[in-house]
Design a protein around this ligand. Structure first.
Ligand code: HEC
Ligand code: HEC
Ligand code: HEC
Ligand code: HEC
Ligand code: HEC
Ligand code: HEC
Length: 508
């Protein structure tokens, strides 16, 4: 090769410059990395929202590399036109006859293969861990801790987070990548809200998650609900209740369709518009039946303007409108203390322990440690000043009660994330939040001005109630009229229970 030839080829090799070379390396590496993560996702059959972050980083690197190549070439051209020497990269020739070059190429290939194998193995491991319940629940420990602790206590403790939160299929896979990346950024910048807002507006529809396991047409009949309530008097008086909840199911040749699931899911389609983000203030409802007829209801408490009816989301009711806490239920202070009194973990013999325990749990603390010492101090102080004799002679019972109330606080109230029963109302029932009474109430009127039914017996039947629970009501069709535990009266007109009940000390 004479020097003239070399000069002419050299000047056309604009791509042989360091910037373009770096761009190429970046592209190859990010492509390989992204490919490995992608294969991992395929093998496991599920996505993890956290991989979204990796994918986005890979894409950015890939595009950056892609842009660097022409940028380098332009630079090189300009520099050569200005009479500078070609970039040093252009002078490099690989020559396999040279043992030094052979050795370097071999080492490069071996190192490259090693890096590839290691990153694949690491990727598989890392991938599986990002998918696991522990990763979702514990990596962002502070943020997800409340959901994780409650989940562990739920009927779905063995169902992976991704089963309900992501599901299968490409569209939700991509959506989860985007929202996962957004969440990671929010956690790192500490811009997430406490508590985490609910409902999750882009949660996957129940048909593609819950209904992969639960079949809505399956007949479930009645479910027995058995509760022991302890009142806030000195004796912590017991009031028991046994009811049958009419869950119901499909209309078949063997049985008539009946119950809650039948009326609200199978025989008719219910749609609604909520005024607020939390879907607690429902302003408009429409029910459409199989025969094509429909009924519309408008709320007098939360009236909607025509414009709001046009612009607000019309939501078709599904499993999650009632079962909104299938995996993260935050039991109220009253419910937790009733349960602990019933099983004896809190000794019922301590005067006013029901009321005092609920009040201690319903105090706002800054940290779990504050809650723990606060509970111990409040309860001790109460007995020391009000019942010195109890304070001096029944230390064992007091210690047991304090320990149990501390345990309830540690597992149901999360001060750092402001997560507690009042932040996450349960829509099943109607005691501490409107729940079913969001629609079934006396101000939700149809076009004739008649209210939607809120008759206590459409959803459940009282079998026994009060102190003595050994008398069973024979008329299973009608049930007994409900007697309110506090005053022993029957309700003669519709009342919103959560006007008084808040699950905590508000009631006393
Ligand atoms: C049985 C289904 C199911 C499983 C399993 C599940 N979740 Fe949920 N989760 C839900 C539903 C339903 C909601 C939304 C409630 C709503 O929109 O009102 C929710 C809400 C959340 C929220 C928002 C805050 C809240 O409480 O509303 C977070 C955070 C969350 N889940 C995290 C997790 C984590 C972490 C796991 C695994 C440890 C998990 N979830 C497992 C069904 C599930
Ligand atoms: C991967 C399968 C699976 C998915 C997905 C699933 N569940 Fe379940 N669910 C179960 C199993 C299994 C049980 C029974 C647990 C038991 O008997 O202890 C159960 C129990 C229940 C119960 C009765 C127990 C209770 O807590 O009252 C309800 C209600 C329920 N699921 C609702 C839902 C809803 C709503 C969703 C969707 C957000 C859902 N499930 C998603 C498997 C699943
Ligand atoms: C209108 C409200 C409502 C809707 C919508 C609804 N459920 Fe239920 N479901 C209930 C009530 C109330 C119960 C009684 C359980 C209770 O009181 O805790 C129940 C009970 C259940 C149970 C427990 C049955 C048992 O024997 O323990 C399962 C499982 C269940 N529902 C699944 C679903 C699924 C899946 C969907 C969606 C296809 C759904 N539900 C939609 C109100 C509803
Ligand atoms: C978004 C509004 C809405 C909510 C919330 C709601 N319902 Fe309904 N429900 C309706 C409508 C509308 C009907 C009337 C259906 C019809 O007439 O076809 C109905 C009918 C029923 C029926 C049949 C009534 C009858 O006359 O026999 C039962 C049972 C029922 N609902 C139970 C529940 C339970 C339990 C809950 C709470 C877990 C609940 N509903 C929450 C709108 C709602
Ligand atoms: C639209 C359906 C519906 C109507 C109407 C209804 N309830 Fe209920 N109620 C429920 C459901 C569902 C639960 C179960 C909640 C649960 O599983 O924790 C419940 C639970 C209860 C409980 C037990 C509360 C607890 O958490 O310990 C009482 C008491 C009760 N209802 C009384 C009444 C009275 C009194 C009326 C009439 C004024 C009435 N209900 C009307 C659906 C209804
Ligand atoms: C005017 C206020 C008010 C209304 C409305 C009200 N309650 Fe109560 N309720 C009370 C008081 C006060 C107590 C006594 C609390 C105590 O002594 O611990 C009580 C006690 C109870 C208890 C026992 C609570 C426990 O955890 O120990 C139940 C169950 C109950 N009510 C159900 C209902 C239902 C269901 C409704 C709606 C249909 C309702 N209440 C409406 C004031 C009210």
């Amino acid at each position: 090769m004479n020097s003239e030839e070399e000069n002419s080829t050299e000047s056309s090799r604009y791509h042989r410059n360091w910037t373009s070379f770096a761009g190429l390396v970046l592209m190859v590496l990010s492509f390989l990395f992204g490919f490995v993560v992608f294969i991992m996702e395929l093998i496991s059959g599920h996505g993890s929202p956290y991989n979204g972050f990796l994918f986005i980083a890979c894409s950015v690197a890939l595009i950056t590399g892609f842009i660097l190549i022409p940028v380098g070439m332009l630079q090189e051209r300009r520099s050569q036109k200005a009479g500078h020497h070609a970039a040093s990269l252009a002078e490099f020739h690989l020559d396999f006859r040279n043992p030094e070059h052979r050795y370097a190429t071999l080492s490069f290939l071996i190192a490259g293969a090693l890096v590839f194998v290691l990153s694949t193995v690491g990727g598989v491991k890392g991938y599986h861990s990002t998918e696991s319940v522990e990763f979702c629940g514990q990596l962002c420990h502070e943020v997800m801790n409340p959901e994780y602790v409650r989940y562990k206590e739920s009927s779905h403790a063995r169902v992976a987070c991704v089963e309900c939160h992501i599901g299968s299929g490409a569209e939700w896979f991509v959506k989860s990548k985007i929202s996962g990346a957004r969440q990671i950024v929010a956690v790192h910048l500490d811009t997430f809200s406490r508590p985490i807002p609910t409902p999750i507006h882009d949660l996957r529809p129940a048909r593609e998650t819950c209904e992969e396991c639960h079949w809505r047409r399956k007949f479930t009949g009645y479910k027995e609900l058995r509760r022991s309530y302890f009142l806030s008097d000195e004796e912590n008086s017991l009031h028991q209740l046994r009811m049958l909840i009419k869950i119901g199911g499909e209309n078949t040749t063997f049985q008539k369709g009946s119950g809650i699931h039948y009326h609200m899911l199978i025989a008719s389609k219910v749609e609604y518009i909520a005024k607020d983000d939390r879907r607690q203030q429902i302003g408009w409802v429409r029910t459409s039946r199989a025969d094509g007829s429909f009924t519309e209801f408008n709320s007098e408490d939360y009236p909607l303007t025509d414009e709001q009816k046009e612009t607000l989301e019309v939501r078709e009711m599904d499993c999650m409108d009632c079962h909104n806490r299938p995996a993260h239920q935050y039991p109220s202070a009253t419910a937790s203390v009733n349960a602990s009194l019933e099983d004896g973990a809190i000794p019922r013999t301590l005067p006013y322990i029901k009321r005092e325990a609920v009040l201690a749990l319903d105090t706002r603390y800054e940290t779990p440690e504050d809650a723990s010492t606060g509970i111990a101090n409040t309860l001790r102080e109460f007995y020391r000043t009000e019942y010195p004799e109890v304070y001096n002679t029944r230390k064992g019972e007091m210690k047991a009660a304090i320990g149990e109330v501390q345990r309830i606080a540690a597992t149901t109230v999360f001060p750092e994330m402001k997560a507690r029963w009042s932040a996450y109302p349960d829509n099943i029932g109607h005691l501490n939040s409107p729940g079913c009474f969001r629609c079934h109430n006396d101000t939700m009127l149809d076009t004739n001005g008649d209210p939607m039914t809120s008759d206590c017996t459409i959803c459940h039947l009282v079998l026994t109630q009060g102190e003595a629970t050994n008398q069973v009501n024979i008329n299973i069709e009608k049930g007994l009229p409900f007697i309110h535990p506090e005053d022993g009266f029957e309700f003669d007109e519709f009342t919103l229970c959560d006007d008084c009940h808040d699950g905590g000390g508000g009631i006393y």
